[in-house]
Write a new protein. Structure first.
Length: 196
């Protein structure tokens, strides 16, 4: 299949209960924008055949519609990240690869996500992820051959479990460290705010 015919899906994972944060952290603002708006702005929609946002929050469902993305409700976030992955992947029928993007990396840039998609088109057999100096981060793009393993994940196990089983398949896209930083606590949010 020609590179331009390869169809890539994107799943934005925005369903977690943020237990360490103590509230819906995706609604919290940094630099005048909520974390979830920053996440959706980082999606280069033109690079993807389909974009879906998996969430438990009505306000995120509304925001996904504003961006023209499919919204998928996750009524059971307590079932862990594996359930979010299954819900998102189930909406990606016909895709040759799917990129999974978390929603709490405020410095992630759409140009960088586009670079990951572009590299995968050149290496469609590989798992492509962002990284900094050899340390893997998110997002991660999986080819269809790994979909069964992703669908079989249980509990709070995510794509990292699949990558650990297939380290030879991993290719990293080098990027700035701050693009990989995520926000797990209010303290982390405050610590990052000064950078904007």
């Amino acid at each position: 299949m020609a590179q331009e015919e390869l169809r890539i899906g994107c799943v934005v994972m925005a369903a977690g209960s943020a237990s360490r944060f103590g509230a819906n952290k995706l609604a919290r603002e940094i630099g005048g924008k909520s974390l979830i708006r920053r996440a959706l702005e980082a999606v280069p929609a033109e690079a993807f055949h389909r974009v879906a946002v998996v969430t438990q929050y009505p306000e995120v469902i509304a925001l996904a519609a504003e961006f023209g993305f499919q919204a998928i409700e996750n009524p059971h976030p307590e079932w862990g990240v594996s359930h979010t992955i299954r819900l998102g992947l189930s909406a990606m029928e016909g895709c040759d690869g799917v990129l999974f993007q978390v929603a709490d990396q405020p410095f992630l840039r759409r140009e960088t996500v586009a670079r990951a998609a572009s590299l995968w088109r050149e290496r469609p057999e590989a798992i492509v992820a962002l990284g900094h100096r050899g340390q893997r981060g998110n997002p991660c793009l999986f080819p269809a051959r790994f979909f069964p393993e992703l669908m079989a994940l249980e509990g709070d196990r995510g794509g990292s479990a699949v990558i650990r089983r297939h380290p030879e398949a991993l290719v990293l896209v080098e990027t700035a460290a701050e693009e990989l930083w995520d926000v797990d606590t209010p303290q982390a949010l405050e610590a990052l705010a000064w950078l904007l």
